[in-house]
Write a protein that binds this ligand. Structure first.
Ligand SMILES: NC(=O)c1ccc[n+]([C@@H]2O[C@H](COP(=O)([O-])OP(=O)(O)OC[C@H]3O[C@@H](n4cnc5c(N)ncnc54)[C@H](O)[C@@H]3O)[C@@H](O)[C@H]2O)c1
Ligand SMILES: N[C@@H](CCC=O)C(=O)O
Length: 482
């Protein structure tokens, strides 16, 4: 299933912040990538013409295998990302769960329809788009690529998958599980390597590119596809997500949900809250006190530690450096640290969460800091809070924590985000709902329940089962006597 290669450069993945090798392999050459796409193209005709029930049967075997191998998936995720056990297990469980959801979504959204029309029988028939390139991120190395791969395979596409260069082993394991489930040869190809390998894959004759990752990489892919409108591009990118708290009676719950939104997965979820928007009153102070307490006390640590940490390390020392640099820039620009994010001495990729008041800054930069750093912005009233929440080119997730229904009605009508929550964290999106964002966060609601939509092409068919002259003949055509 892995594209073969003779003299490719080696690639190792390490446990975050260390030299401990957790996966060894090779980087795909241009030739490997071209071969993988060609193999996927050769496998397409036969996979597309198998019945959907046969494809679903393979997906269900994959789900069964992934359930049996839950421990192995958990360990690989944990070794490559440093996620605490509770979190790595949670992600491993999402792998088989996605299959059930994708089958339901396929049947509900891509099931053939018959419509009786005056001119004959109308049918809407769905078939796969073709060869799909899937580019995965590191933060959910199993769940997020799986969210593209499962619906794509069920719909009859073949796939060339490039996992994140930080988490190649989890990607390789997913491909092995499909192989064990009896997926025909060529239908899922895997190529390993960094963004350059991803760019080579996108430049090949693929029919679709299903991407989850950063805005900058998504833009690069978009640019590289200019002039190829026939290639479907589904982009799931980042966010600069706000939590607005106003008229919340239970400030303890508000502080807890805000901390979870901002710091789960060490702040490395696309849906993590980056900004906390507060109407500047006494409640705001009380909420911030509780939140500062969470920042100081929540457990940061490594997988396997007892008691179990809430959050693990960032993906690498470089990623931790970027978060701490971003904090330094904010502080230099006029922000105040309520609790400064700090590196933990045990591992250079471990960072304790930070809470920074940026209200006084003249010029706040609209960028996604992918780590445990929450920026507080105080405003005069609720109207200003919604305006502030919308002050971003992104639009992925947004939460309002409030007991006031009218406030939520105003919020949901005005907020620009694909995921809009009320008295819920910004994270923890349901797989039963569409997922994705507006603006710089992406398009097509990729992943989530609506992934079924871009994995299938709809054909409109008009059918009559016998050939005869229509009842009405168009003007200007003489019909010769038979
Ligand atoms: N919206 C979402 O659902 C979602 C989910 C997870 C992560 N993300 C975002 O992903 C980012 C973190 O993940 P990451 O660091 O792995 O992202 P990334 O953009 O660095 O990489 C994602 C994937 O794209 C590949 N890639 C990079 N440049 C490429 C190029 N020019 N052409 C083709 N492929 C290329 C990478 O090798 C990797 O496989 C954050 O911005 C986060 O918000 C978004
Ligand atoms: N589905 C995840 C986010 C995916 C991106 O990182 C959540 O909402 O918790």
């Amino acid at each position: 299933m892995t594209a073969s290669s003779e003299s490719t450069p080696p690639w190792v993945a390490c446990f975050p912040g260390t030299d401990e090798v957790v996966w060894e392999g090779t980087v795909a050459t241009e030739r490997d990538v071209a071969d993988a796409v060609s193999n996927a193209r050769s496998a397409l005709a036969s996979w597309q013409t198998t019945s959907v029930e046969e494809r679903i049967a393979v997906a269900e075997r994959f789900a069964a295998t992934a359930t049996e191998c839950q421990d192995q998936i958990t360990q690989q995720i944990s070794r490559e990302t440093g996620k605490p056990d509770w979190e790595a297990v949670g992600e491993a469980k999402l792998v088989p769960a996605k299959v059930k959801l994708a089958i339901e979504a396929y049947r509900e959204r891509s099931g053939s329809q018959r419509i009786d029309l005056p001119q004959g029988i109308g049918r809407v028939v769905y078939r796969g788009v073709g060869v799909m390139a899937v580019l995965g991120p590191f933060n959910f190395p199993a769940h997020l690529p799986n969210g593209h791969i499962v619906p794509a395979l069920i719909a009859g596409n073949t796939v060339v998958f490039k996992p994140s260069e930080m988490t190649p082993g989890t990607g390789a394991l997913l491909a092995e599980l499909w192989q064990s489930a009896g997926l025909p040869s060529g239908v899922l190809q895997i190529v390993q390597g960094d963004g350059k390998v991803g760019a080579t894959l996108v430049s090949q004759a693929v029919d679709g590119v299903l991407f989850t990752g950063s805005y900058s990489a998504g833009c690069a892919i978009h640019r590289s596809l200019a002039g190829r409108p026939q290639v479907l591009l589904a982009l799931e990118m980042g966010g600069n997500n706000p939590v607005v708290v106003h008229r919340a009676n239970d400030l303890g719950a508000a502080a807890y949900l805000t901390a979870v939104s901002a710091f789960v997965t060490a702040g490395q979820r696309c849906t993590c809250a980056r900004r906390l928007v507060l109407v500047d009153d006494a409640d705001a102070e009380r909420l911030l006190e509780r939140l500062m307490e969470h920042c100081k006390t929540l457990r940061v640590g490594l997988p396997g530690e007892d008691p179990e940490p809430f959050m693990g390390p960032l993906i690498s020392t470089a990623a931790a450096d970027r978060v701490l640099d971003a904090q330094d820039n904010l502080l230099r620009g006029g922000a105040t640290a309520l609790v400064a994010a700090q590196r933990d001495p045990r591992n250079p990729a471990l960072v304790r969460p930070g809470l920074i008041d940026v209200t006084g800054m003249d010029d706040r930069i609209d960028e996604e800091v992918f780590g445990p750093l929450l920026q507080v912005i105080r405003v005069a009233d609720f109207d200003a809070a919604i305006e502030e929440a919308n002050r971003t080119a992104y639009g992925l997730s947004a939460s309002l924590l409030s007991d006031d229904r009218e406030r939520f009605d105003a919020f949901r009508k005005r907020i620009r985000a694909g995921v809009v929550n009320w008295n819920q964290a910004t994270i923890g999106a349901s797989g039963r709902l569409p997922f994705g964002g507006l603006g710089a966060s992406g398009n097509h609601r990729p992943s989530g329940y609506f992934a079924a939509d871009y994995c299938s092409d709809a054909s409109a068919m008009l059918e009559s089962d016998s050939l005869s002259m229509p009842a009405t003949i168009m003007p200007g055509i003489e019909i010769a006597v038979q």
